[in-house]
Design a protein around this ligand. Structure first.
Ligand code: GLV
Length: 311
């Protein structure tokens, strides 16, 4: 029997798989302060965490027996993977199982910002809807437009796969000039020519503020920016500036630079649709994510290869 620290509640059917084989220390609150995390990980062989738990070298040093860190997320920018590698700790994530949920939510945001859904809801609740009007709250049509996807991984491709249903043509930002597929264009071309730009790249030092003032200034004035990946990929200050200068028409965000804080200039804008990091938040997907994290841990503790090690 090994000892596992589980930093959040997971569905009981999944929890019981873990508890039937190992001793589980469950944090059943919605957050786990860093000092407490360090204290509780001290005697653990495995750690199952979420994206808001920062797992750095110091936390790993507090858990000298750790063999595996399993995050219940596809993104693992909260974990110092190099430090884990140095200590021989395996890091796992939960790819694939959340792809469709995030792709669906991305489309919810694309449609929501294009057709002013959040704005209309706010207007009605404020008692400000007076009558139907021929030119009232006009949005922008998606049919016949171009969707530019930054990040041609599983989620980016799943978002693109749904584009024909809305009559949109999808293009991807190409990293290597060798790619000959015409759907892959340079990031600059993508920014210049897309009507909707949607971000699906991981957060890395290379993608930090990838969408900055310069990138936003390249976009069409009528374009919409959508981010369901990670907040720091977009410079929020620059985005607020671009919206004020009317360099782009709107933005829909699920992720932020300093979650749960949102840049105040974005909060006050009607042409910004805001969601509280809900990309993978469906009952089915969150259960599948927890299950995959548990299976990763059970495999490592049994001396087997995990299903989803991070590379
Ligand atoms: C969610 O943001 C995830 O990375 O799974």
């Amino acid at each position: 029997m090994s000892r596992i620290l589980l930093t959040r509640r997971i569905p009981s059917s999944v929890f019981s798989q873990l508890e039937s084989q190992h001793t589980v220390d469950l944090n059943d609150r919605d957050s786990l302060p860093r000092e407490e995390l360090k204290r509780r990980v001290a005697d653990k062989d495995a750690l199952i965490c979420v994206l808001t738990d920062k797992i750095d070298a110091e936390v790993m040093a507090s858990g000298p027996a750790l063999k595996v860190i399993a995050t219940i997320a596809v993104g693992y920018d909260n974990i110092d993977v190099a430090a884990a590698r140095e200590r021989g700790i395996i890091v796992t994530n939960t790819p694939d199982v959340l792809t469709q949920a995030v792709a669906e939510f991305t489309w919810a945001l694309i449609l929501g910002i294009a057709r002013r859904v959040g704005e209309g809801d706010r207007l009605i609740r404020a008692g400000a809807w007076k009558r139907w009007g021929l030119d009232f709250m006009l949005g922008t049509e998606l049919h016949g437009k171009q969707l530019g996807i930054i990040g041609a991984g599983r989620i980016g491709r799943a978002v693109a796969a749904k584009a024909p249903a809305f009559g949109m043509k999808a293009v991807f930002a190409r990293r290597s000039p060798d790619v000959k597929d015409p759907a892959y264009i340079s990031l600059d071309q993508l920014l210049i020519s897309s009507d909707v730009v949607s971000i699906h790249t991981p957060q890395t030092p290379q993608t930090y503020h990838l969408i900055d003032k310069k990138a936003l200034a390249r976009m069409k004035r009528s374009a919409l920016l959508v981010n369901t990946a990670r907040g720091p990929i977009v410079d929020e200050e620059a985005l607020a500036w671009a919206l004020d200068e009317r360099l782009i028409a709107g933005a829909a965000l699920d992720v932020y630079e300093k979650e749960p804080e949102v840049h105040p200039d974005l909060l006050r804008r009607e042409n910004v649709l805001l969601a509280p990091h809900l990309g993978s938040a469906t009952r089915e997907t969150r259960t599948a994510m927890a299950e995959l994290a548990v299976r990763n841990v059970l495999a490592v503790l049994a001396g087997d290869e995990p299903l989803a090690p991070v590379t």
